[in-house]
Design a protein around this ligand. Sequence first.
Ligand code: TRP
Length: 446
Amino acid sequence: MKRDSFSSRMGVLAAAAGSAIGLGNIWRFTYLMGDNGGAAFFIIYLASVILIGLPIMIAEFTIGRNTQKNPIGAFRSLVPKSAWPLTGWLGIIAAFSVLSFYGVVGGWTLYYLVRSISQSFLQFSPDQYATIFTNYIENPLIPILTQLIFMGLTFAIVVRGIQSGIEKYSKLLMPLLFLIVILIDIVALTMPGASEGLAFIFKPDWSKVDMNVIVMAVGQAFFSLSLGMGTMLTYASYIGKQQDLKKTALQVTVADTLVAVLAGVAIFPAVFSFNIDPTSGPGLVFITLPAVFGKMPFGQIVGPAFFLLLAIAALTSAISILEVLVAYFGEELKWGRKKATIISTVLLTLIGMIASLSNGIWNNDAFFGMNFMDFLGAFSSNYCLPIGGFFIAVFVGWRMKPEWSNQELLIGAKSARGNKLILWLLRTLVPAAIIVVFLSGIGVIG
Ligand code: TRP
C-alpha cells in the first residue's frame, strides 16, 4: 500500500502550524502568562522556544522524514533490538493523556461558541460567569456531550487520511484562524486602557520569576510546539524529500509564537481596560473573557469569533495527536486507517469522559493531590513531554552519527547553515536544560 503524504509545501506548513497552534497558545499561554508575571514569563518562554524547542522540532522532523514511520516504528528501524523504541511508547502514552483531556476542553470551546452567539449570554456579571462555568464543567452530562461532538469532528478529519483529511482541513482552517485573531486584536487595541494590557505583555516584572516560573515556561514551550510526543515526527513522516526541514521548523515556530502574542494582545488589553485581575488561572478564557466581551465594542461579534478561534485552534491540534495513534496502530498492528481511527477515538473519548466527570461528580484529589483531569495535564506536560524530548535530543545528538542528521537536513535545503549549531544544542544545552528543569519540577533541586 502506498503511504499517504502531504501534497504541497503549504500543506505541510498549515498542518504542522495547525498542530502547534492550539489551546496551548490561547487558553494555556495566556493564563500562564497572567499568573506568572506577564512579560518576564514571555521572555523566558521565548528563550526556551528558541534554544530548546526549535532544535527538538528539527530532531523530530529529521527522524520522521528519514524513516517515514510512526514514532515506535521509526526508532525500531533506525536502531533495531534496542530500548530506543520506548521513546516512541512514551509518546503513545502522552498522546493518550493529552488528547483525552484536550478533547474535553475542546468541547468547552464548542459549548461557549454556541452560548456566546445568543444575545443574552453577554449580559451577566463576572460572578455569574464563574457560576456558569463551574455548573457547566461539573455537570455529568453536558460537557460529555460537547466532548463527544469535538472528538467526532476530530475523528471525521483524521479518518479521511493525510491529503484529503488533515492537509485539506488545515489549509482551510488556519488562514481563518489568523484572520479571526487579527480582527479581535484590532478591536482590543482600540479600547481605552489598552496600553496597560500591552505593558503587561511587553514590560517584564522580574520580581515574580523563580525556578517554578522557568519550569512552567519550558513545559509550555514543549506543549505549544507539540514536542516530545512524536507528533512532529509523525507529521514529518509524510513530508516529501523536496522540503527544507529547518526552514519549515523555523516557520512553524515563528507562526506558533506569533499566535501566542496575538492571543495575548487580544486578551490582556481588554482585561486591563475593565480592571479585571489577570491572574485567574485556567478560567481566564471561560470566565473573565465573556465578561469582557459583554462590555467591549462589537462584543456580540467578537465573543463568538473568539470561541470559534479557540475551537478551530483546538481541532487542528487534536487531529495531529490522533494521527500519532492512528499511524502507530495502522503501521505496527497493520490495522486499516478506519479501524485504527475508530478504536483510538473510542479509547480517548472514554478516558476523556472520566476526566470530564472528575471535574464534577467524581471530583477527588486521588491523583497526587489533583483530580484526574488536572493529573492528565500535569503528567503529560511535566513528565512525558520533557522526558520524550530529552531522549529525542540525545538520540539525534549522540546515538546517531552527525553525518546522518546532517545528510537528512541537507535534503531539500539550500545550505548546511545552522546544522552544526543545531547538533551542538541537541548534544549539550537541550539535554542539560531538560534535566535541570525536570529535577526542579519534581522538587529534587531548586
Ligand atoms: N501544541 C498544541 C497546543 O498548543 C497541542 C498539541 C498538539 C500537543 N500536539 C501535541 C501538545 C503534542 C503536546 C504534544 O495546543
